[in-house]
Design a protein around this ligand. Structure first.
Ligand code: PXP
Length: 238
């Protein structure tokens, strides 16, 4: 099985917003990512709209032809947005509004009631759901009980320790992936995945369905160009 590549285009919006105009053109970049082979587009609209704006999400909905994945904390405003847009997938992340980036997975025990309610609302609209979790089998067991289709493993610790000792870095993720398989729950992954660490992750986690990658991919595109960058990421996933 080959995991699918969803390109997170938040960073493209960050560059655009730096000057207030429309350069780079987020919509064109999303179209080009798809043209170059990406199998999905991911965005993470935040309450302060510091990168992806709520209007961007409506504009993207009109042109994304692959999988559209919207990540975020399920605030009232976020839920209104995603229930209106009906993307392919909504990935729920627990980060507070001021967080620089997602920095932890959900505690699916403490938040089970809340998540179950949110997942129910999304699934009633036919939207696939994913819950962002740390590589902890207990969190996956309890995620399953919310009714979610998938979990997304938070890969920051894997990426941080990959170069020092990749066997140790992947160990918790292998255990978590086995638990996801046992629970019959789909498995996504993301955060700090890159051309350096992606292939080994995919090799060690055979039930991986999708990765969402933003920061490193956009940085690589500065040197390699977007088309060549996407080609190389897809090759890592072969
Ligand atoms: N998955 C989630 C839930 C995220 O919040 C992010 C960052 O927006 C990513 C994946 C992608 O992480 P990165 O930009 O490090 O590739």
């Amino acid at each position: 099985m080959t995991a699918r590549l969803s390109v997170n285009i938040n960073k493209v919006a960050t560059i655009r917003n730096a000057r207030g105009g429309n350069l780079p053109d987020l919509i064109q970049v999303a179209k080009d990512c798809e043209r170059f082979g990406a199998q999905g587009i991911t965005v993470h609209p935040r309450p302060d709209e510091r990168h992806i704006r709520y209007q961007d999400v409506y504009d993207l909905k009109k042109i994304v032809t692959t999988e559209f994945n919207i990540e975020g904390y399920p605030s009232e405003r976020f839920m209104q947005l995603v229930l209106d847009i009906e993307p392919t997938q909504v990935t729920l992340v627990p980060d507070p509004p001021e967080a620089l980036t997602s920095n932890a997975g959900w505690d699916t025990i403490r938040n089970k009631g809340f998540l179950t309610d949110i997942i129910g609302q999304l699934k009633a609209k036919g939207i696939r759901t994913s819950i962002f979790v740390d590589a902890n089998p207990e969190m996956i067991v309890h995620a399953k009980e919310t009714g979610t289709d998938r979990v997304e493993l938070y890969t920051e610790s894997y990426a941080a320790h990959y170069l020092a000792d990749r066997e140790a870095a992947i160990a918790d993720f292998v255990v978590a992936a086995q638990e996801a398989k046992r629970q019959n729950i789909g498995l996504n992954a993301g955060h700090d995945l890159s051309l350096v660490n992606l292939r080994y992750f995919q090799e060690q986690i055979p039930n991986l369905l999708e990765v969402s990658i933003g920061h490193a991919l956009i940085c690589d595109a500065l040197y390699l160009g977007l088309q060549e960058t996407i080609r190389q990421y897809l090759q890592q996933l072969q």
